[in-house]
Design a protein around this ligand. Structure first.
Ligand code: GDP
Ligand code: MG
Length: 323
């Protein structure tokens, strides 16, 4: 340590500016050129406003299965998985956003094991990535289809979580970053909302469900303090909308309710802005890193172990994961 410190000061006092800090700019340029993948999955029974919320988050029609399809949309008999990708560009940075919708989840009479197709999809993406990684002729950049984040929509009942909610999050929180949100929170009064949030947090804790950002992956005290605040505010009670209203001379996204217009992006009205800032502005990179370093790593270690430990799976191995 002592030597480190000393050479540090020599660097800056005797040699003058070296330019190590330009690595930030170099990285920025590379990232801008390459762009990045971000894959978000939405789960919850139909009509909870999943498509609307994702569209509100990314301000465009990225999720095409909203009720806006002119009338009733049919409920599939089993859970279907549908992925749609869009390239969104902002400030010269390209993001390939894939929204993975799971219509049919929770809509059946018997919802037993209805998370199976979802967990299968998630594991298949890990498998795909692993196969690319062990390939002798590796791609310079492996396309990343792994699910970085799973938004789980909780029904705004005001009572408690359903058994299905608990089962789903329990099973899936081990393989993917789960972010629970309370859907359509404009249907609750502020008191009901706070009460419900509190109860949901308690229930999640009782059942030992670790949602994102997981305690155990906080890097340092600064991280922990920041994430503690987020965890205490979760699950975010959100409102989505694609309709604009005139409020105090400004056009805002909102929903008309008996109490007036609920402004989606106004933090005094709902927690949409909190969710957006958390998901996109502060934790997007971390969601990707936890997916890669924890969830994918767990899958990879298990797969290579099952495979006899020493020999990696061959590139043209067509055997599917046994999950
Ligand atoms: P999905 O089936 O979960 O994808 O739900 P949709 O996004 O298609 O929305 C279903 C219906 O709920 C539509 O009529 C939406 O306008 C409405 N909706 C969406 N978000 C909200 C919300 O935050 N609050 C209320 N009250 N209604 C919403
Ligand atoms: Mg939908």
């Amino acid at each position: 340590h002592y030597y480190c410190r000393q050479s540090e000061s020599i660097g800056s006092t005797l040699l003058g500016y070296i330019g190590i800090d330009t690595i930030i700019e170099q990285m920025r340029k590379k990232t801008m050129k390459a762009g990045f993948d971000f894959n978000i999955m939405i789960v919850g029974h139909s009509g909870l406003g999943k498509s609307t919320l994702v569209n509100t988050l990314f301000k465009s029609q990225v999720s095409r299965w909203s009720s806006g399809w002119g009338g009733e949309h049919k409920i599939p008999k089993t859970v279907e998985i549908k992925a749609v990708s869009h390239v969104i560009e902002e400030g010269g940075v390209k993001m390939k956003l894939t929204v993975i919708d799971t219509p049919g989840f929770g809509d059946q009479i018997n919802n037993e094991n209805c998370w199976d197709p979802i967990s299968k999809y998630i594991n298949e993406q890990y498998e795909k990535f692993l196969k690319e990684e062990v390939n002798i002729a590796r791609k310079k950049r492996i396309p990343d289809t792994r699910v970085h984040c799973c938004l789980y929509f909780i029904s705004p009942t005001g009572h408690s979580l359903r058994q299905l909610d608990i089962e789903f999050m329990k099973h899936l929180s081990r393989v993917v970053n789960i972010i629970p949100v309370i859907a359509k929170s404009d249907t609750m009064t502020p008191d009901e909302k706070n009460e419900f949030k509190h109860r949901v947090r308690k229930e999640l804790e009782t059942h030992g469900i670790e949602y994102y950002p997981q305690n155990e992956f906080d890097d340092d005290m600064e991280d922990k303090n920041e994430n503690d605040k987020i965890r205490e505010a979760m699950p975010f009670a959100v409102v989505g909308s694609d309709k604009e209203f005139q409020v105090n001379g400004k056009r805002v996204l909102g929903r008309k309710t008996a109490w007036g217009v609920v402004e989606v992006e106004n933090p005094n009205h709902c927690e949409f802005a909190l969710l957006r800032d958390f998901l996109i502005r502060s934790h997007l990179q971390d969601l990707k890193e936890v997916t890669h370093n924890i969830h994918y790593e767990t899958y990879r270690a298990r797969r290579l172990n099952d495979n006899g430990g020493l020999h990696p799976i061959s590139a043209n191995n067509t055997q599917e994961s046994n999950l």
